[in-house]
Design a protein. Structure first.
Length: 135
């Protein structure tokens, strides 16, 4: 009988401990969903497209060459007031030699355009799009 009561007590304590821990285990992470590499010269622009889902959080990362200044802009088309408009979602403007990283939530399920521009310098860049996932 003593063993049975000890086992019931242990199960009860375990349930209380897990109740306090399990919500803390729930969370989120960003995982890559797209990755491209390009080369720019001063004043040159590359344009990339990707289909994104409304309500989903994304991170755009641009790895730039040392001592160069590359920037990016993310936008999509929306039909507003009887005409199509370009809507800017986020802009990365960090400065010379600094990698860019910006977060945004897609407002529409549509094709998004990402413009990468060499403001100063030339070289190879890497553009990575990451999506937020929950567990």
């Amino acid at each position: 009988m003593l063993k049975q009561k000890a086992a019931v007590l242990a199960v009860g304590v375990l349930a209380v401990v897990l109740a306090g821990v399990v919500p803390a285990l729930a969370g989120s992470y960003f995982a890559p969903i797209g990755n491209v590499t390009g080369y720019l010269t001063p004043g040159e622009v590359d344009t990339w497209t990707i289909d994104l889902d409304a309500g989903t959080r994304y991170n755009v990362q641009l790895t730039v060459p040392y001592d160069d200044d590359f920037d990016f802009l993310v936008w999509h088309w929306e039909f507003r007031y009887g005409e199509w408009e370009q809507v800017v979602d986020t802009v990365g403007l960090e400065g010379t030699g600094v990698d860019e990283s910006e977060y945004f939530t897609a407002t529409r399920s549509t094709t998004y355009h990402i413009i990468v521009e060499s403001y100063h310098g030339r070289g190879t860049y890497t553009l990575t799009i990451r999506e937020k996932f929950y567990y």
